[in-house]
Ligand binder design. Structure first.
Ligand code: G6P
Length: 370
């Protein structure tokens, strides 16, 4: 087992560290910055359906659902098409309206999650076209899909998903950009800019792993005994707030909630006191001024302010008690970076609490029964 872990203490840490390579692998043969093109044959094969679709429905569970939520924000922004994100367990039972004009994107690491699989079977019967975004080659969801793309993250052993999630985001970014290009809803300039930004993601992830590790370990040690955590984000970083809370819950058994930063006023702000760590995913984007004022509100109530901030952002650095820094990036791409500190924070808090981070109690790698 020690050999399988490649010198790391746990599979989870090994898989976090693999991400510069796995993200690169999900771009390989697809993202071509020399010719400014994206090759995604699965998308091409349902191109007519996609161009005619009145909406796209994304179906997933768990961490994969968080990837779907971000995809909703990005696809709607870039492609100007309606996107719905559904929990597979709800979608399969609530008699949803599905027509042959709907395209469904199914997101699943394992390709075997029962709720997702049955939701797709139902949708298929009603004529929808299924695009599967799956990590495990030849899995049930891959086989039921009309078209798809593999995430190429390699086997993921840690129960809490890390590298499979960033691979999903990487491919979904390509999907959105390619569709936007086909629909002509993006300028050539922004398209080329985003292609190059995507291409730089693996080295930026590497930067975080090299430069922020010790800092995040220190932060983990400092907050490891908290009873609750709040994770807040806006816009493209809202799904990352949800994922940050989920990772912490799974690995450390600390109660954590993820919320849209402004929505905290409608509930979670009642929890804020001297002991509550509040993590803001506050990278520099078009929402930044808004999230800064949310941070000030927490500070005024004496919450423990922790932030994920863009390199060089002094405002956030001065406001927060502790900061985890990520390289600057376009706001659409930034979540691929801001999730890395979330994974590391959860990991090190779990390790500090002496828990089995690779196999948290009660959780399964893939939920193949209801
Ligand atoms: C389980 C795993 C999660 C995963 C979820 C969905 O809960 O522990 O890590 O996100 O299932 O799994 P899938 O394989 O469909 O992505």
């Amino acid at each position: 087992a020690a050999i399988e872990k490649g010198g790391y203490d746990h599979f989870m840490l090994k898989e976090i560290f693999e991400q510069p390579k796995t993200i690169y692998d999900s771009f390989r043969g697809r993202l071509d910055v020399e010719h400014n093109t994206i090759l995604l044959s699965g998308l091409d094969s349902i191109k007519d359906k996609l161009l005619a679709a009145r909406r796209i429905i994304i179906v997933a569970c768990g961490t994969s659902w968080h990837a779907g939520l971000l995809a909703e924000y990005i696809i709607e922004e870039l492609c100007r098409v309606n996107v719905e994100v559904e929990y597979a367990s709800e979608f399969r039972y609530r008699n949803p309206i599905i027509t042959s004009e709907d395209v469904i994107i199914a997101i699943s690491q394992s390709g075997e999650t029962a709720d997702t699989l049955v939701a797709l079977e139902n949708a298929k019967k009603q004529g929808a076209t299924i695009f599967g975004l799956v990590n495990v080659v030849g899995s049930s969801i891959a086989r039921i899909s009309d078209a798809g793309a593999y995430t190429h993250a390699g086997p993921e052993i840690g129960v809490a998903s890390t590298k499979a999630f960033t691979a999903q985001l990487a491919v979904l970014q390509l999907f959105a950009l390619k569709l936007a290009k086909l629909k002509n809803t993006i300028s050539e300039e922004r398209y080329v800019h985003l292609l190059h930004e995507l291409n730089a993601v693996p080295q930026k992830v590497q930067w975080i792993l090299e430069n922020e590790l010790e800092n995040i370990k220190t932060i983990a040690t400092k907050y490891k005994d908290a009873n609750d955590f709040l994770f807040l984000g806006r816009g493209y970083n809202f799904p990352i707030a949800l994922e940050g809370a989920l990772k912490l819950k799974e690995i450390s058994y600390i109660h954590a909630e993820g919320y849209p930063a402004a929505e905290m006023k409608h509930g979670p702000i009642a929890l804020v006191d001297l002991t509550l760590p509040v993590v803001f995913i506050a990278t520099k984007d078009s929402y930044h001024e808004k999230i800064v004022s949310n941070m000030q509100e927490i500070k005024a109530r004496k919450g423990r302010l922790i932030a994920v901030a863009s390199f060089g952002d002094m405002t956030t650095l001065e406001l927060a008690e502790d900061t985890m820094v990520v390289p600057a990036a376009d706001e659409i791409i930034a979540p691929l970076l801001s999730v890395i500190p979330m994974q590391l924070l959860a990991y090190y808090i779990g390790v500090e609490r002496d828990l089995d981070v690779d196999k948290p109690r009660n959780l399964a790698k893939s939920v193949t029964v209801e």
